[in-house]
Design a protein around this ligand. Sequence first.
Ligand SMILES: NC(=O)c1ccc[n+]([C@@H]2O[C@H](COP(=O)([O-])OP(=O)(O)OC[C@H]3O[C@@H](n4cnc5c(N)ncnc54)[C@H](O)[C@@H]3O)[C@@H](O)[C@H]2O)c1
Length: 528
Amino acid sequence: MEAATEFVVESPDVVYSPETIEAQYEYRTTSVSREGGVLKVHPTSTRFTFRTARQVPRLGVMLVGWGGNNGSTLTAAVLANRLRLSWPTRTGRKVGGRVGLGRREGYPPGWDISSLNLAEAMRRAQVLDWGLQEQLWPHMEAMRPRPSVYIPEFIAANQSARADNVIPGTRAQQLEQIRRDIRDFRFSAGLDKVIVLWTANTERFCEVIPGLNDTAENLLRTIQLGLEVSPSTLFAVASILEGCAFLNGSPQNTLVPGALELAWQRRVFVGGDDFKSGQTKVKSVLVDFLIGSGLKTMSIVSYNHLGNNDGQNLSAPPQFRSKEVSKSSVVDDMVHSNPVLYSPGEQPDHCVVIKYVPYVGDSKRALDEYTSELMLGGTNTLVLHNTCEDSLLAAPIMLDLALLTELCQRVSFCTDVDPDPQSFHPVLSLLGFLFKAPLAPPGSPVVNALFRQRSCIENILRACVGLPPQNHMLLEHKMERPGLKRVGPLATTSPVLCKKGSAPTAPNGCTGDANGHSQAEAPQMPTT
Ligand SMILES: NC(=O)c1ccc[n+]([C@@H]2O[C@H](COP(=O)([O-])OP(=O)(O)OC[C@H]3O[C@@H](n4cnc5c(N)ncnc54)[C@H](O)[C@@H]3O)[C@@H](O)[C@H]2O)c1
């Protein structure tokens, strides 16, 4: 049977029109109050109407740092997929798969302070197999990054040799040039939307100073006066002023308070910081698992060595510091969520080391040691060693960020108490799944735990088509007597217990009373 490519929700709460999908949704949560020594939990319910525009726009993604390892690898991946390339390797032929912007794309164009064309940049990156590089070469040779803003003190001094492709002039003139570049790309490629993604070098942190960058007005004045502003913040401001979402894939604090306020004023999405690709992603699963299992993690030591240009840039202390901060905050929510294990203010030791070792290139090594306390004075030590091409982890994340942001731009909603349509908050925290140090709207909790982040996305998308959140209760399989009304085709039932792994799987993984589980079957009666 062919896998289904579309699904339709048949429910009185969901209306499909050629333009939109409109869904009524009951958002159920709880509020908690304290009365004396008692916590009182009150279930609450709010009725939402979600409206999602169905017309998929022509989307263009512009990369800052296009000629870097991530930028050239993403471009190569999109092209390899579009051209349906295959190439020989030691272990057989490989095909370019999984990656594609469908009918929305051009290849991702952008800016770089290095003038190398994308074919040469791909060769410099040393990420892809030679056979693939050779086939891609003629397609990438004509791709040249636009000149960019180079302010030497923000990135490591060892990057200066690359900077041969820069926008001259004052900060205000540079801002105007970036804005022109965005408009030029949008109109010349006939695009409906552009999203700008920072995948350039990690910068040092920018000090947040009242009067300089603390409000939108001050930040814009700072740019006009030529005072201190980082290149990445200039790109963020230019994107916001052009009404284009801006996403920050590096760890520095690009989105200073003034940039966030500007995004709020212009109702433009921003997201960040720092792609959650490897070591930190594993950490956001492993620490959640350890603490969730009652193991009190007391020491996390993470060591990396890598030999690509990112590693060279991070070998300078101020740029390393940006990365260290972004990598270190990832366990905070998990520690704070468990006051039984940790007393107020108690934190595990958390040490992050990054070393530049040119020989290993893009093939980053990450070594982690997690030590947790067990009952009765025991300790549990877990050691991980991961070797992986860094850019092959980052490129799909960049694509997912662009696609998810674009989808969020098509969603609006209202509630019974506030019937005026609204969008998601401009600080698009839904993207936290893809960022190491997720930005969240002021006053909102920051979630780092990977599966909580994932289920947030999954359940909001379900809400958009009027489906309840995924609950994993599988109550229908826990009852003594089957008592739930079933709708739709079911796998044939058998009166014997199902052995592990023997449940039939629908080819598209989605038929039956699945409740999100691919192998849902009617409850089995125990045999005696
Ligand atoms: N690869 C991953 O898995 C991963 C994960 C998380 C974050 N990151 C971050 O993504 C960024 C890119 O990583 P990479 O491996 O592609 O690095 P890279 O050094 O290969 O590429 C960065 C590119 O940015 C260019 N550049 C520097 N300053 C610029 C500016 N002001 N304007 C335009 N271009 C500029 C450089 O010339 C270079 O080509 C880094 O900050 C890295 O820390 C990467």
